[in-house]
Design a binder for this molecule. Structure first.
Ligand code: GLN
Length: 231
């Protein structure tokens, strides 16, 4: 048995790609990391009696950073996939998401993923959106370090669509992006986000799952959800 840690003594380093609102992003004024995942991890940290520190990391560098020990946990709107689960240990799902498409406001030809055949698609590197885009026949997929760069490419006319997580697309549109762009077509909604730890760290995975259960029971999870997504 480990001796109990005095409160605040232990820091849990949480890797996140912090340009992915509303899950993790920097507040413009305070420059603090904020978002659904950030609040959730702080609440989990509180349950576990540890301090949480966000380490901003490129999305495709998160699993390597976890394996290399630079971070203890990934909480970055990361979809639980079989491929990733070979390398990391995922918590229980904590958020139900899905992929969707954003096109320019005046685009009337793209309505389904199939309509993107042969088209130019902008995505964030290493994401499920990128994997989905690559499945589309003859699509020219361009990968960017962040979702915001993918939206910029669409706006600049360098891409016909952005394929990305629905809640992030929605956030982009409601925060002003709707002047240039719109959401179209079906939503592939079979994705769930999980918190990742290393394969070896089953103890931490257990603690995180326990804390998640507690947050669901005591209403804290619902409060955080409502803060970022409404009722
Ligand atoms: N949910 C997507 C994935 O896991 C995108 C995550 C992200 O860009 N932060 O690939």
């Amino acid at each position: 048995n480990q001796p109990a840690q005095p409160a605040g003594a232990k820091v849990l380093k949480v890797g996140a790609e912090a340009t992915f609102p509303p899950f993790e992003f920097q507040d413009e004024k305070s420059k603090e990391y904020v978002g659904f995942d950030v609040d959730m991890m702080k609440a989990i940290g509180k349950q576990m009696g540890v301090e949480v520190q966000i380490v901003n990391t490129a999305f495709d560098g998160l699993i390597p950073a976890l394996e290399g020990g630079q971070i203890d946990v990934i909480a970055s709107a990361m979809t639980i996939t079989d491929e990733r689960a070979k390398k990391v240990n995922f918590s229980k799902p904590y958020y139900q998401a899905g992929l969707s498409m954003v096109v320019k406001a005046d685009n009337d030809t793209v309505k389904t993923f199939k309509d993107l055949e042969g088209k130019r698609i902008a995505v964030q590197i290493g994401t499920t959106g990128a994997a989905q885009a690559r499945k589309i026949k003859d699509a020219k997929v361009r990968e960017f370090n962040s979702a915001s760069e993918a939206y910029l490419e669409l706006k600049a006319g360098g891409a016909d669509a952005v394929v990305n997580d629905l809640p992030v697309n929605q956030y982009f549109l409601t925060k002003g992006g709707d002047k240039d762009a719109k959401l179209v077509g079906e939503i592939l909604d079979a994705e769930e986000y999980g918190i990742a730890v290393t394969k070896k760290n089953t103890e931490l995975a257990g603690k995180i799952n326990k804390a998640l259960d507690e947050l669901k029971q005591n209403g804290e999870y619902a409060k955080i959800y409502e803060k970022w997504f409404g009722k």
